[in-house]
Design a protein around this ligand. Structure first.
Ligand SMILES: [Fe+2]
Ligand SMILES: [Fe+2]
Length: 374
């Protein structure tokens, strides 16, 4: 990523600035809901709350770089393929089996709405938990607008729709307001982390609130990166005039959502990189390299998402797929054609974050229902 003059940008912002959208020439209307974001005078879409947030993130990244620290990144190769993939979903729609695609799009919308929980994450006093100062960093702005902006982007704010409403609109445009299966939410609740019990602490030597904050940011970052696959899937599928009733409008809507996600990935990976570049104080008065904790949490999360969690999700989806195909005149033949289109995939051996010491209970999968979208 090129950082044009980012080093000269200010690195201190108020919450009001980080939540500021600036003016739009035209608002974004999705279905009949006024949504966030809007269009400039040239008709280009501008994401919400990025007037200062976007340059601020560039400035914080430049600060990290200037201090000689790396910006961590999740390898996109870790992202499992979508199931059903675009070709499989297209086949189902052309054959009149609409339930699995309606279900998938509805789940994405619901999970986007769940994103609002980021505003409830407790941020302990990082100034005392970290040895090095945090002025002029993402870490100093999590509670000063960044978590709030993220929550508003995902779930909407006041009478303005966010990603939840935008996905619903894309679905309803493309599939002409389909009937939503009544058990979507119920099935989602039967999945996810609840079925494995409470998460075990990976780093009991650090403050519990600090561990929850870092684990949540690691988890949400992985979810945001993996969601890019789901969004690419949605954009390609809903832009296909063979299966979509509104290929331009529905495809464009998903495109707007995708561009809004970029600041989420960027501030989260910057925040985690800032912690990785610092030293954490332990509850017993010693210290721990931040890198060990951040990389350990990311490793544990990515292993879970690419292995156990993926198999579980695939199993859940497959059962409901086979059920949905019963409306077809030849369910067995359709299932064979469907399976022949499957994308083969083996998770990479390494997550890229295993190098730094104890990785904690690496086999516990996390992410849960939130592993669906960003
Ligand atoms: Fe989102
Ligand atoms: Fe997001």
């Amino acid at each position: 990523m090129s950082l044009p003059a980012a080093a000269d940008l200010p690195r201190e912002y108020s919450a009001e600035e980080l939540l500021d959208c600036g003016p739009y020439a035209e608002p974004l209307i999705a279905g009949d809901v006024r949504c966030h974001g809007g269009f400039d005078a040239d008709g280009r879409y501008r994401s919400p709350r990025t007037l200062h947030r976007a340059p601020a993130i560039r400035a914080w990244q430049a600060g990290l770089e200037r201090d000689g620290h790396a910006l961590l990144a999740i390898d996109p190769k870790l992202m499992p393929p979508q199931y059903p993939n675009v070709e499989q979903a297209g086949l189902l729609l052309r054959e009149g089996v609409r339930d699995p695609v309606v279900r998938r799009l509805t789940i994405i919308a619901i999970v986007e709405g769940f994103g609002a929980i980021i505003r409830d994450v407790r941020v302990p006093d990082l100034g005392s938990q970290l040895v090095e100062p945090i002025e002029g960093t993402v870490l100093a702005h999590l509670r000063k607008g960044l978590f709030e902006a993220h929550a508003r982007d995902e779930a909407g704010y006041r009478d303005e729709g966010g990603h939840k409403q935008m996905w619903e609109a894309a679905r309803d445009l493309a599939l002409e307001s389909p009937k939503i299966p009544g058990d979507v939410l119920m099935r989602m609740m039967g999945q996810g982390p609840g079925r494995r019990g409470a998460r075990k602490r990976a780093f009991p030597r650090i403050d519990p609130d600090l561990e929850i904050l870092l684990a949540t940011m690691a988890q949400v970052l992985a979810v945001e990166v993996f969601a890019m696959g789901a969004f690419d899937w949605g954009e390609r599928l809903l832009s296909d005039p063979e299966v979509s009733a509104a290929p331009d409008a529905a495809g464009a809507m998903v495109g707007y959502i995708r561009s809004d996600e970029s600041p989420h990935v960027e501030y989260l990976r910057t925040a985690l990189s800032e912690v990785a570049a610092r030293t954490l104080r332990t509850v017993d008065g010693a210290t721990l390299p931040g890198r060990e904790v951040v990389h350990g949490l990311l490793h544990r999360n990515l292993r879970g998402l690419t292995r156990e969690r993926r198999e579980e999700q695939r199993g859940d989806i497959r059962q409901s797929l086979v059920d949905s195909m019963q409306v077809h005149r030849d369910p067995k033949g359709l299932l064979e054609r469907f399976d022949a289109l499957e994308t083969p995939w083996t998770p990479p051996e390494r997550t890229g974050f295993e190098s730094s010491g104890p990785s904690g209970p690496a086999d516990s999968a996390e992410g849960g229902a939130a592993a669906e979208a960003g």
